[in-house]
Design a protein around this ligand. Sequence first.
Ligand code: SAH
Length: 480
Amino acid sequence: MDFLPIFRDVSERTVIVAGGGTVAARRVEIALRAGAHVKLFAESIDEDDFAELRDDPRLEHFRRCPEPADFEDAALAFAACRKYEDDRKIADMARAAKVPVNVADRPELCDFIMPSIVDRSPIVVAVSSSGASPILARMIRARLETMLPAAFGKLAEFAGDIRDKVMARLKNPENRRRFWERILEGPLATLVFSGDEDTAKTLLERELTAAEAEEREGITGEVYLVGCGPGDPDLLTFKALRLMQKADVVLYDRLLGDGILNLVRREAERIYVGKRRGDHTVPQEEISDMLVRLAKEGKRVLRLKGGDPFIFGRGGEEIEKLAENRIPFQVVPGVTAASGCAAYAGIPLTHRDHAQSCLFITAHGKDGIVDVDWTQVLRPHQTVAVYMGLRLLPQFMKQLLEHGADAALPVAVVEKGTRADQRVVTGTIANIADKVVAAQVESPAMIIIGTVVTLRDKLAWYLPEEGAEEVTQGRFIGSL
Ligand code: SAH
């Protein structure tokens, strides 16, 4: 982080603005909106830009340059002069008086920079690109403008008005937080947005009484078993994101893509229960017990799973324990690795000319030995997606050949599918194992077997030359 974002109280304080143009006028306006007294220094001011500001009694206009004495007791200073020299002088004076200064379009002279603002007072959202791209910050601001209803300010005011009452009636901070989350997201918020504060107050009373009862009788937690896809955070579902934002504690493992954990509520406790092959950090049994225990403590427990929880995710085992213990839970499906990898590698899993069915199997049998029904795997017009198969790839291919597979049958291995560093290696049953070793493919990797793999050359027309890399559809697809 290059700058520390803070909100500065300038009400009833003096803010210095130097300059008479559009930018100076914007600074005057925002300082007045924040309750400051503004001392404006400018030989002349732009009539249009200042038209609505000049009659404000809190604005004092001096037709001269500021002097060191003007900065005494000022809270902030803004410079937006035409000449660099003038700006620099003002910045020097401000700094000598220990007043933080901002100089428009001259980052090297600034103590602080101005964010793009979404004003839903008392809610204020400030966006900054740390000076790297103010236009991008403005675009983000525009998006936020459309996401936050104009009445958000009203809701914040409503919450502010009842804050003391809620504090007095709900003693447990955890309980209070849940209460706030419930009312700020639910029907009560809708009532406030629509201006029906009377009905909102009736509902508030009901909610408060219910929350008091919960405080007396204790609350039961719940578990969210959430699939978050193979890696790209954009593949999360809305439901997954909503529950991630609600959790009190999160249990996660290694299969999660970068950036996904950042989307979990910041205050949630994070517990790593990662499992590596042959190195079971936390045994499955223990994870299930932990889910039960945390939920019994009244927590909202988020169990994040790579891909889909019910596809080779042992989700079934985890909720079995929950059901036995009568713990409420929700299961949220995710994009499973086979379909994520297929889509991002340009390989349709089914296709009228190639495959009428698709089999999801794992090559990781009991004790690491491949334990599959070979007749089923070798059925024609079918695609086979193999999970957890990287280590056993040579054995798997050998067994396929021994059971009569065509040595020329195409195979793709997708490494770190859907992630920024995804790589795809293609070959045949006969040579894929060697190619994978040569390319030093790492886990996680998905093996896709079938003639659909040949479609990649046709569909992924954007693929670069052999061995090259190119940005396509916003991500790298390396072809080996
Ligand atoms: N529940 C998960 C699968 C867990 S099993 C799902 O539905 O996707 C773990 C296996 O999934 C890995 O060994 C690998 O074969 C596959 N896998 C998971 N994420 C992957 C990714 N980003 N790229 C390629 N394969 C992946």
